[in-house]
Structure formats: C-alpha cells, structure tokens
Design a protein around this ligand. Structure first.
Ligand code: GDP
Length: 315
C-alpha cells in the first residue's frame, strides 16, 4: 500500500471504520474515500457497483456491518445474516469487478465454532457447529471471508481478512438493549451512580469468559496487515487477556465509582462460554496490542462522560 493510494473505508462512521480512518490519517494516508449510509446503500449491488466505477479506489477496507450484542443478535439472526451477507458480497465482489487490487475484510471471532479449542486458532474455522445466539452474523462473515479467499486464490487479487475479538472504545454503541456488554455496562453503572440506584441489572450468570480489544489497537493491526505485501488470508486479532463477565462488571463498577450492587438476570442468555482467540499468528508477524484493559476502560469511561456532558450520548 502506498501513501498516495486511494483508499475506500466502508463504514467510516462506525466504531471500527472511524478508528481505521484515524489510523490511516495519522500514518499519512490522506487519499481516503468514504460514503455515509445515506449516500450509498451497501445492500444495493447496483449502487455499490456504480460507486466503485466512479471512485476507482486502489484499496478497500470493509468495516461496514450491522453489529450488535447478544440481545440484538439472538432476536435478529435473520436480519444479521441478510444484511451482513449483502454488505459483504456487494463490497467485495463490487471491488473485484472494478479492478480494486487490495482489500481487507473485517469480521469477528464469532465465526469460530461454539466449542472451538481455546485459545481459538484460525484453523478452527468450519470444524464444528456455531454458537446459536449470533449464527446469522457469523455465517455472513464466513461467506465474506471465503469470497476474499476464493478471489485471491482464483483471480490473483490480494483480498484478505482480519477477525477481531470483542471490541470496545471510541464511538461505541451504548444502547442497553442492542449493545455489546462492555459499553452497556459502562452506561448501566454510570446511570446507577448518577441516579443513586441501589442495584445494576446485568445479564446471564457472569461466568462466561471474554477477551476485549481496544478499537485503536485493531486499527493499528489493520494498517499492519495492509502494509504487508503477502498477508495471510485470515488473521485473528486479540489482546490475549480473558476475564469473566463478572470480573469485567467489578472492574467497571470500580472504575466508574458506582456503589450499587450487581444483580444477575439468569433468564438472559450467556452466549458462548469462552471466546479467547489465538493471536500467535499476528504476534509472529510482529504485531502486538498496546492498550491494556485498565487504560482502555479509563479512557472509554472518560469519553462516555464527555459525550453525556456534550449531549451526544444519553445517560
Ligand atoms: P457476545 O460476546 O457475542 O456474547 O456478546 P455481548 O458482548 O453482548 O455479551 C457478552 C456476555 O456479557 C454475555 O455472556 C452476556 O450475557 C453478558 N452480559 C452481562 N450483562 C450484559 C448486558 O447488560 N448487555 C450485554 N449485551 N451483555 C451482557
């Protein structure tokens, strides 16, 4: 990738896409192409084709997706499959048809089987059944990464994928119904602290294990693989540190200074019991994460408070 390359970042307003844009700008890549959802509907193949024909990017980074936490996914598998499959097919095949030589496709480690060996290596893909709560999303992302792999193998374009673990950070979704666990917990503890609530209701049993990565670390990993001449088809990105949901809750409770007690609602799903990705491949290539969970949490809570004070995010 060259500094003058025209780089299309799909989904630049989302948490991942905006972090990728910041990282590209900071590294001196100034020739970026973006479109808002309103300007370009990625579900529409003709519109995506016309966009690529007009803009002729050299590189595409596909960060656009319908994403959500366990609540949104488990009640919306059809929509998560349909929309993410269309976004993947249109953005990847559209890029190929327009002559885009280089493309990075982003997914998530939920593409791996529910009972994959832990930590999960890239080779665990398609070895046993998926976790049911986010099966739709996972199937769409598997289709996307396979399309990249087939185009690379059969047509010679360098299309490759990164699978990040659970992400958090700047620009996250703080919706308590549809959001992921970490931002949702920040909001719940902050709301309880400010309102003086006695308890904070959390989901499941608190026993599942999860790994969290700050989105700026992911953006750095994106740049890292994009700058490789011959990157592997599929690479995991994670922090390598896993904690229980209960430990995460205790950390966020302490970091927000909320005195409320935690109550666990075991009628809500736990999801997959453990999801730690094996990051030995990306580490062996020379990349490692820089932002600890403690630092990332402190930063994210400060940003959340600033957004609430500015009125851009609701308490
Ligand atoms: P997942 O990693 O794909 O399962 O998605 P999430 O980030 O939404 O959830 C991770 C885990 O956090 C699950 O075990 C949830 O039961 C648990 N959890 C606890 N409280 C909450 C909450 O308030 N919201 C969400 N989304 N998850 C929660």
């Amino acid at each position: 990738m060259h500094k003058t390359d025209r780089i299309y970042v799909a989904g630049h307003r989302g948490m991942v896409g905006s972090a990728v844009v910041r990282a590209l700008n900071a590294a001196g890549y100034a020739n970026l192409v973006t479109r808002t959802h309103k300007e370009l509907n990625l579900l529409d193949p003709a519109a995506v084709r016309a966009f690529y024909a007009d803009e002729k990017p050299d590189v595409a980074v596909i960060c656009a997706a319908r994403v959500g936490g366990i609540g949104a996914n488990s009640s919306g598998n059809a929509t998560f499959l349909y929309e993410n499959a269309l976004i993947a097919m249109n953005t990847v095949m559209g890029a190929y048809e327009a002559g885009v030589k280089r493309l990075l496709f982003l997914g998530s480690t939920c593409i791996y089987p529910r009972m994959a060996p832990q930590p999960i290596p890239e080779s665990a893909l398609l070895t046993s059944p998926l976790e049911k709560t986010n099966e739709g999303y996972a199937l769409a992302k598997i289709a996307g990464l396979k399309l990249c792999e087939f185009l690379r193998r059969d047509k010679g374009v360098v299309y490759h994928s990164l699978m990040p673990t659970n992400l958090y950070g700047t620009g996250d979704n703080y919706d308590v119904v549809g959001g992921h666990v970490l931002p949702t917990m920040i909001r719940k503890f902050e709301t309880a602290r400010v309102k003086g609530d006695a308890t904070v209701p959390l989901w499941g049993t608190g026993t599942p294990l999860r790994e969290f990565l700050h989105v700026d670390d992911l953006a750095a990993a994106c740049l890292f693989v994009l700058e490789m001449e011959n990157p592997p088809d599929l690479v995991n990105v994670g922090s390598g540190v896993e904690i229980t949901i209960r430990e995460l809750a205790e950390k966020i409770k302490a970091a927000t200074g909320c005195p409320a007690a935690i109550s666990w609602d075991s009628t809500k799903p736990d999801g997959t019991p453990r999801k730690l990705c094996d990051t030995s491949l990306i580490r062996s290539l020379g990349w490692s994460p820089k932002i600890s969970l403690e630092d990332g949490l402190a930063r994210t809570i400060a940003e959340y408070r600033a957004s609430v004070a500015a009125g851009t995010v609701r308490l």
